[in-house]
Design a binder for this molecule. Structure first.
Ligand code: PEP
Length: 258
């Protein structure tokens, strides 16, 4: 039987601690405990408020959007994986396209961040995806592989395989209202899954592969129906409690009907 699809909300630089509390109280009213594990990635400063607001909900986990790979030190403005864990985070995003494009995060840095997060007992969502130019040049799969392979090659990642999640997020679909067609998403997800199976590790099968890029209540069901799509990473639509509750309900229904 298919594992429950995972809906995850990446709030980016939205929602202060008090806005986080207000959002989660509305969200938890609209979405009762379901079959899908739900994840939120608020700004780091709002993580404690999110952890407090969801402490009675076993199906909800809270993560951070970014960490530094060092444990501590003179890195003004940064946050370590151990600090995030101590604040109650259970998950960490690594390699989001905005980190890569706007903050110059390199593939080598994503490897160090993934290793540090796993060492601190966090689960990692590694984001990968091609730009429109790369897709038009026929390089979508090659680019994703260039982002994926160095992380999969790290010993610390292979020994914590069950705590790894991949998010395929075509850059041209993030925040643009353009979504990959179910066929395009399916092709890329199956290519990523094949690579994960080739690399192989652990008895639990390959890590789940989420789709991200303009997921909305209106398109989530068709994306979750695609073979190889194991959940969704949602930006814009996760900022509205009713929209995100509708997405979580669709994930929960997909879990119970498959
Ligand atoms: C994201 O930033 O991870 C994302 C998928 O954003 P959006 O849903 O707004 O496209």
């Amino acid at each position: 039987m298919r594992k429950s699809p995972i809906p995850a909300g990446n709030w980016k630089m939205h929602k202060s601690p008090s806005e986080t509390e207000a959002f989660l109280s509305r969200f938890l009213e609209s979405y009762g405990e379901g079959d899908a594990p739900v994840l939120f990635f608020p700004p780091a400063v709002s993580v404690p408020a999110a952890v407090r607001a969801t402490r009675d909900r076993k199906d909800v986990g809270i993560g951070v959007q970014n960490i530094h790979w060092e444990r501590e030190g003179a890195f003004t403005g940064e946050l370590s994986a151990a600090m995030a864990r101590d604040a109650g985070a259970t998950h960490c995003l690594v390699g989001h396209s905005e980190r890569r494009a706007l903050f110059g995060e390199t593939v080598e840095e994503t490897v160090k961040k993934a290793v540090a997060a796993l060492d601190a007992d966090l689960q990692v969502i590694l984001c990968v995806g091609e730009s429109l130019d790369e897709r038009d040049a026929g390089r979508a799969e090659a680019v994703v592989r260039e982002q994926l392979d160095p992380v999969l090659g790290a010993d610390a990642v292979r020994s914590a395989w069950h705590r790894l999640i991949i998010a395929y997020e075509p850059v041209w679909a993030i925040g643009t209202g353009r979504t990959a067609s179910p066929d395009d998403a399916g092709r890329m997800h199956r290519a990523i899954r094949a690579r994960l199976e080739e690399v192989g590790a652990g008895d639990d099968g390959p890590p789940p592969v989420l789709y991200g890029g303009s997921v909305k209540p209106g398109n989530v069901a068709e994306l979750l129906a695609v073979d190889g799509v194991d959940g969704v990473l949602v930006g814009g639509a996760s900022l509205d409690p009713h929209d995100f509750a509708a997405i979580c309900t669709a994930a929960s229904e997909a879990a119970s009907t498959s």
